[in-house]
Design a protein around this ligand. Structure first.
Ligand code: DAT
Length: 174
């Protein structure tokens, strides 16, 4: 018996926009597998050096891609990461860039313990829509969608929309 085909979904955007919240809920509702790239790198120590300015390890992008390749080929993966141009374009069937208003993002990151340059740089990243531009450069523009992620109502709406999209994709491909 042939396995049912399932789509791969990329959730991206500035830290704090709500990728993890949406991704985990989506995984529960769709049965797709949620993969947080930060956690994956931590577990496998997929690092290449240390960034002293931001005080965090630097991702080894090749190792991350190698680690995920088989699972992505099989399909049915929701990937969560605050960057998107390190992945092969062919991996994803759809890309969602979550967006949050500056003042809300500021308080979310502050309560996460961010301060100083790290806080400022992340809020600026959102203001300059850095990740959205990275996404439209890296993927076909018609598979890249921005989603407002300010309120619990936004979260519900995003869940419903992606759930519907996933069900339609499964119908079309099986
Ligand atoms: P990310 O994974 O993008 O870093 P997160 O899922 O950890 O973000 O969310 C950051 C914080 O914001 C967390 O306290 C939950 C909250 N949050 C996420 N989505 C939200 C939404 N749509 N409305 C209100 N708060 C939200």
């Amino acid at each position: 018996m042939k396995m049912k085909k399932r789509p791969n979904i990329l959730l991206t955007g500035t830290p704090g926009v709500g990728k993890t919240t949406l991704g985990k809920e989506l995984a529960q509702q769709t049965g797709l597998t949620y993969v947080n790239i930060g956690d994956l790198a931590q577990e496998g120590q997929l690092y290449d050096g240390y960034d002293h300015e931001y005080q965090c390890p630097v991702l080894d992008e090749d190792k991350v891609v190698d680690e995920l390749e088989d699972r992505m080929t099989e399909g049915g993966v929701i990937v969560d990461y605050h960057g998107c141009d390190l992945f092969p374009e062919r991996w994803f069937h759809i890309v969602f860039v979550l967006r949050t208003d500056n003042t809300r993002l500021y308080s979310r990151l502050e309560s996460r313990g961010y301060s100083g340059k790290k806080l400022q740089d992340n809020v600026q990243c959102e203001i300059f829509q850095t990740i959205y531009e990275e996404a439209v450069d890296a993927y076909r523009e018609d598979i890249v969608h921005q989603l407002p992620s300010n309120t619990p109502e936004d979260l519900e709406r995003n869940l419903d929309q992606i759930l519907q999209w996933t069900q339609q994709w499964m119908k079309d491909h099986n």
